[in-house]
Write a protein that binds this ligand. Structure first.
Ligand code: ATP
Ligand code: MG
Length: 298
């Protein structure tokens, strides 16, 4: 059943939900997420947000039940492989990678065990929530293994005698360390992505998706960029601009009183580190300001 309103599935509660909600809010989509509702109607655009478990998002897209979804690549690829194996629909379009939800899917073993390469995992039992991704990796390596499917507490499986190794999501590695494990192979680097169902869209929906994408680009680019302003001695202009990240086209303005100095303004594609600011100061720069940018449109 297709509705006129664009349906977007996002994680209800978990590691992706806050940043995902913030992203849509910054794109100017207003909604009230108070309460326990499954569907939330936007107040200012023809958009409905579906708040679900992240496990359900790839299937909702692949079955064409919702139009867009935000999901970790790890979950998306796992479900895709599982569905392909079952001959179920598994198509989708990746619209863009997002700037949150970063993690890696890694194999870890007892920290005291020797490891020289994937062949050391031959015949081992590997506990994981991602059996398809582990199988794909092990098949690529030509190494046989036995799976042990666990939906939680994967990291305690070796100590509990359930498995010899694990394959789980890692971001800092602190959980592995706390469980006496060491990371030996990274099998996937994942981020949150915006995906779209395949099939036809009405003209209005297509236009709305494009609008959201343009706004998203602006929001993400703005988050990574800074507006930098400083005063510099005119005779050191080249040296100073060379230190500024992404300063292809700075604006150079005269100062009202001091003719030996100019003001430089530029949008930098990255942050300005303290070390660079100190170097700029040594070259005679002053009044260095680094400002956040809220929105951008090229
Ligand atoms: P749900 O209740 O929606 O099923 P969940 O427990 O399966 O939630 P979360 O732990 O909230 O999922 O993680 C969601 C996604 O966040 C992961 O699939 C992954 O893409 C990403 N992520 C980022 N960092 C980490 C991390 N350190 N550990 C686990 N997932 C991470
Ligand atoms: Mg889940």
């Amino acid at each position: 059943m297709q509705t006129q309103r664009l349906r977007i599935a996002i994680q209800k509660k978990g590691r992706l939900s806050k940043e995902c909600q913030d992203l849509f809010k910054r794109c100017g989509i207003k909604f009230n997420l108070m309460g326990e509702r499954l569907v939330v109607h936007s107040e200012n655009m023809p958009i409905d947000l579906l708040l679900v478990r992240d496990d359900d998002i790839p299937g909702l897209i692949m079955d064409g039940v919702v139009d867009l979804g935000v999901i970790g690549e790890n979950e998306l690829e796992e479900v895709g492989l599982e569905r392909a194996a079952l001959n179920e629909p598994c198509d989708y379009t990746k619209l863009r990678r997002l700037d949150f939800g970063g993690c890696r899917l890694s194999i870890a073993i007892d920290k005291d065990e020797q490891y020289t390469g994937p062949q050391d995992l031959h015949g081992k039992r590997i506990a994981t929530t991602y059996p398809q991704l582990v199988k794909r990796y092990m098949d690529e390596q030509g190494v046989e293994f036995s799976p042990c499917m666990l939906n939680g507490s994967v990291e305690v499986a070796p100590r509990a005698g359930l498995a010899d190794a694990i394959c789980d999501l890692v971001s800092t590695g602190a959980t592995l360390e706390a469980n006496g494990l060491k990371e030996v192979e990274v099998i996937l680097r994942s981020k949150a992505v915006l995906i779209q169902r395949t099939g036809e869209f009405s003209e209005d929906k297509q236009a709305l998706i494009e609008r959201i994408l343009t706004r998203m680009q602006g929001v993400i680019q703005a988050k990574e960029s800074k507006y930098i302003m400083l005063h510099a001695p005119t005779d050191r202009l080249d040296q100073i601009t060379a230190l500024l990240p992404g300063a292809e086209d700075p604006t150079v303005l005269p100062l009202a009183a001091d003719k030996s100095r100019v003001a430089i303004h530029l949008v930098s594609s990255e942050n300005l580190f303290w070390e660079t600011m100190e170097q700029l100061k040594e070259l005679g720069a002053s009044s260095i300001l680094v400002l956040p940018i809220e929105k951008m449109m090229e």
